[in-house]
Design a protein. Structure first.
Length: 485
């Protein structure tokens, strides 16, 4: 039987309730002074006002008053200790390196050496004015060419016009990177003609051997011409799945709608997957930079070298400056859903979130719209927003995304998005959303759950549909940072 309370680290002065608990119950030698919901924290030793509160072996905030053993520990008696900026020193951990032999998958080997997990035709609009046009082309083509490729999908968005400078370049970089993805067997770029994000500029940034473009204003019948171009792409995109090693997988890791169990089950389990892929010689990508605030030094200590360390510092402090320029505190997180699930401060959320990266060495740091360049763990510039960061992961080259959640979400993205529930209740309530139940970590152990999840990833990389794919959930979102004309 599971214990009622779980103390993660011997240094912790809090423990997490694994079920709803009533006042008067006793566990870990303390008697609860009040009811505590599952996923929430209980003090297991006295914490004086002004002292750090610990979970995961690290401070997650500061006690705002004296807290007695058995008291509920949450937003009413704990506050964040985060501050803008930060000075850091490079104190690297010993990098022993790991190797891993795991199951491979059946993928699509591309001419540039990358391996796709899908062979699809992607229709990408340069501008929101032709977003619906792109959708119409993809919808009609999917019927006409059913069974010839794994799917034909459009990725509408509202941007590409009335943008300037870096903001326009960000939109172009994301769309160009998506159009270069190995999961796309063919790509049609649909433009209007008068937009800021001109087709010519888009094409200059795309690396794809099976690429077509269509200017709607110059076309006679843009739908018919688009369908003819897609037919050409389908004809040239014929491919067969062949064996690929685990090292050929590029794994994006993401969390959304986290709860008090995320840092206990789903995130460390995903970290095992990141370690497996990077240990085999593959690549994992971590993003959501505002959701590493308070835990960034754990990643900095795993930097491959001084240059990577300095790039992490620049990225983290740059993101904090982005908040303060807009008059917002760097601790403006967790969300209402996170708080309801038991997460108290951004430090607590971050210490749980960085576990998705496992123990892999950080080998590279890339900007928003950038593409992976090295094996190992890459840190990608993007905000915490689910749709924006997941789109950035796909654009960076992730051929599958592990998306952990304690609250649940139906969203899906351009590449297979594997939803991992942090608790078994969510998995049971939302089987149409969830692909894997990480709640089994608590009763079956991490090793058994890791083996099962790795098999699930291999099956999905080999063609088995995710819940989001079955539901037709395929979205992109672009990070809008500049002025709109």
């Amino acid at each position: 039987m599971l214990p009622a309370l779980l103390r993660i680290d011997s240094k912790d002065d809090t423990a997490t309730a694994l079920r709803d608990m009533a006042a008067g119950e006793t566990a870990l030698g303390v008697t609860l002074m009040e009811p505590v919901a599952k996923g929430h924290k209980v003090a297991v030793q006295p914490i004086a006002a002004g002292e750090p509160v610990r979970k995961f072996g690290f401070p997650i905030g500061t006690a705002t008053r004296d807290i007695l053993p058995g008291e509920h520990v949450h937003t009413h008696n704990v506050s964040t200790a985060l501050a803008p900026g930060g000075a850091y020193a490079f104190t690297p951990l010993e990098q022993t390196g790991t190797s891993f032999e795991g199951p491979g998958f059946l993928g699509y080997h591309r001419a540039d050496g990358r391996v796709g997990t899908r062979n699809e035709i992607w229709v990408i609009p340069t501008v929101g004015c032709v977003a619906r046009t792109a959708q119409k082309i993809a919808e009609r083509a999917a019927v006409l060419h059913a069974g010839k490729v794994d799917g034909i999908h459009a990725f509408p968005h509202p941007f590409g016009c009335s943008q300037l400078g870096d903001d326009l370049q960000g939109t172009r970089a994301i769309l160009s990177a998506l159009a270069s993805h190995p999961n796309a067997g063919g790509v049609l770029i649909v433009g209007l003609g008068c937009e800021n994000n001109q087709i010519k500029g888009m094409l200059e940034g795309i690396e794809h051997p099976n690429l077509r473009s269509l200017g709607a204003q110059a076309a006679g019948d843009e739908l018919e011409e688009g369908l003819a171009l897609v037919a050409e792409l389908v004809g040239a995109a014929k491919a067969e799945r062949t064996p690929a090693p685990l090292s050929a997988l590029v794994l994006g890791v993401k969390c959304g709608g986290s709860d008090g169990f995320s840092g206990l089950t789903a995130n460390p389990l995903t970290g095992r997957m990141a370690d497996a892929v990077t240990g085999a010689g593959g690549t994992a990508i971590l993003t959501e930079i505002p959701e590493i605030f308070g835990a960034e030094q754990l990643l900095m200590a795993r930097a491959r070298d001084q240059a990577v360390f300095e790039a992490i510092v620049t990225l983290v402090n740059g993101f904090k400056a982005y908040f303060t320029r807009h008059g917002e505190p760097v601790s403006e997180n967790p969300s209402p859903g996170n708080i309801a699930g038991g997460i108290t401060t951004l430090e607590e959320k971050s210490l749980g979130a960085v576990q998705k990266a496992g123990h892999a060495i950080v080998t590279d740091v890339i900007p928003y719209g950038g593409r992976v360049r090295r094996s190992g763990l890459t840190l990608l510039e993007a905000p915490g927003n689910d749709a924006v960061s997941s789109t950035a992961l796909a654009a960076a080259g992730a051929t599958a995304i592990l998306f952990t959640t304690g609250r649940g979400t139906p969203l899906g993205f351009p590449v297979p998005t594997i939803k991992i529930a942090s608790n078994s209740d969510l998995a049971a309530r939302k089987p149409g959303w969830i692909d894997f139940d990480a709640g089994q970590v608590l009763d079956q152990g991490m090793d058994a759950a890791a083996g099962a999840l790795l098999e699930t990833i291999a099956a999905i990389a080999s063609g088995r549909e995710t819940a989001a794919e079955r539901n037709g959930e395929r979205e992109i979102a672009i990070w809008k940072r500049g002025v709109t004309l």
